[in-house]
Design a protein around this ligand. Structure first.
Ligand SMILES: Nc1nc2c(ncn2[C@@H]2O[C@H](COP(=O)(O)OP(=O)(O)OP(=O)(O)O)[C@@H](O)[C@H]2O)c(=O)[nH]1
Ligand SMILES: [Mg+2]
Length: 453
């Protein structure tokens, strides 16, 4: 995949392969209209059709009708890619779509699109920036309303405009420093040092705020991994089943029932929680159970949150609590006391009381889970949030270089070093929106798209 604008016209199926109500085949590039004219019979010639119009007709191969279709016309630059685009809507048969694509490929100077190539063109033609292009993929892959909103905001340019404004401010600061370098001989100070420091500190604090949003943004985008752990028989699988409203995991009164990790997702108020039911932790001599306990421990190391379940008989052993802490020292552990329906009242130090049998206390527990993770109310719906590791890394680099610049200022180091630190910081910001992004990163980003997007 080369990152230069090319004159090829590309074609791909834009809908999922398989049977459906309709299939959409998309073409983009300078030959899109003439290519359709070769195979399309309708009232209007597509190459003379107005932009944003739809035309009924047939796709014909050797006098034989392949299908009745609707052809949508989008003229450059008012299209997804900013190039001429045609979308053919045919009946939703994979065979028909295949026939139409093969026919167009055979007749015309056109090639199959690579994954993400339509969006790549939108980026290369400056219709959208890189962060927005990445948001297109996030949007498609969103599984909850909250992650959808996050992707939507990023696609609308919320993050990009923030980054752009920081970059502009940084360029302003750099310009002063570079101007002074030009007049180094004369020892002129165009801006006071204190003013430079204040400006850089402001940019730094904005970058830090974006970096801080990442723990939230990552969860919004990817969901949160919750490990349901505890001793055998306390009701971990029963809780999972209750939350899923189905009998997903085997429940039995025999301790050591669950062996494999059972993964399921739920959405709480639009937030994605990936639940993991695990084998009850105890020392067992039985091979399969031992392996199950090992897997539980491995999972705990990588989870975002532990729901430590105890029941009214045994509560929460300090020994197991300490073990969980050791496996994942920084993780939040919520203690949930199960089987409250049994009416056995003892004093434990639980955070929540539930009954996986009757559902008592579960709404309160779920709300607590959400508040715990998302600290409700910190980010408004229209706050720019960093949700991608790539953006986080770029911002971290930008921050490091700004700190070096501040050090250079405080130690009165030569202006050249200061200028180069500022420049490095600015480049890292530019990488986020794709203005100076290395080619291999671009390839990586677009290769993760599906064909036709
Ligand atoms: N009364 C009552 N019984 C429950 C409740 N939750 C689970 N049980 C019972 O407790 C027993 C164990 O439940 P499981 O859900 O299999 O427990 P577990 O923690 O997954 O057990 P392992 O997989 O063996 O570690 C079963 O007999 C359940 O019916 C509850 O809230 N109230
Ligand atoms: Mg179980």
């Amino acid at each position: 995949m080369k990152f230069e604008i090319n004159e090829d016209t590309i074609i791909a199926l834009a809908t999922p392969p398989g049977v459906g109500a309709i299939s959409v085949i998309r073409l983009s590039g300078p030959s899109s209209f003439t290519a359709i004219d070769e195979v399309f019979a309708g009232k209007v010639q597509i190459s003379s059709a107005k932009t944003h119009t739809i035309h009924y007709g047939q796709i014909i191969e050797n006098d034989e009708i392949i299908d009745d279709v609707l052809v949508s016309v989008f003229r450059a630059p008012n299209s997804y890619t900013a190039e001429d685009i045609v979308e053919i809507s045919s009946h939703g048969s994979p065979l028909i779509a295949q026939k139409i694509i093969s026919l167009i490929l055979k007749n015309c100077q056109i090639r199959l699109a690579e994954p993400g190539e339509f969006t790549k063109r939108a980026f290369l033609n400056n219709r959208i920036d890189l962060a927005q292009a990445e948001a297109v993929a996030d949007l498609i892959n969103s599984r909850t309303s909250v992650s959808l909103r996050g992707a939507r905001n990023q696609m609308d340019g919320l993050l990009s405009s923030n980054v752009l404004s920081l970059r502009t401010k940084l360029i302003e600061v750099s310009a002063f420093v570079e101007l002074e370098l030009d007049f180094a001989e004369e020892d002129i100070e165009f801006v006071k040092r204190t003013e430079l420091v204040a400006k850089i500190n402001y940019i730094l604090s904005e970058i830090e705020a974006l970096l801080e949003s990442f723990s939230f943004g990552k969860i919004v985008r990817e969901g949160i991994n919750v490990a349901l752990v505890g001793e055998p028989n306390v009701g971990k699988s029963s809780l999972l089943n209750y939350l899923l409203k189905e009998s997903r995991a085997i429940v039995s009164s025999t301790p050591g029932t669950t062996r494999d990790i059972i993964r399921e997702e739920i959405s709480i108020d639009g937030y994605l929680f990936r639940l993991h039911d695990t084998a009850g932790i105890r020392s067992s001599k039985e091979e399969v159970e031992k392996e199950g306990v090992e897997r539980s421990k491995e999972l705990i190391k990588n989870a975002d949150l532990i729901v430590f379940i105890g029941d009214v008989y045994i509560g929460f052993s300090d020994e197991l609590y300490d073990e969980l802490r050791k496996l994942n020292p920084s993780i939040k552990i919520l203690k949930v006391l199960n089987k409250t329906d049994l009416g056995i009242k003892r004093l434990y130090s639980e955070d929540f009381q539930i009954s996986a049998k009757t559902g008592d206390g579960i709404p309160h527990f779920l709300n607590g889970l959400k508040v715990e993770v998302f600290q409700d109310g910190i980010y408004s719906e229209r706050t720019a949030i960093v949700s991608s590791v790539r953006h986080y890394d770029c911002l971290t680099k930008a921050k490091k270089n700004l700190i070096r610049a501040l050090e250079a200022l405080s130690e009165n180091i030569s202006g050249e070093f200061l200028a180069s630190d500022l420049r490095a910081s600015e480049i890292s910001l530019a990488e986020i929106i794709g203005e100076v992004t290395p080619e291999e990163i671009l390839i990586d980003i677009f290769s993760k798209f599906c064909i036709g997007k």
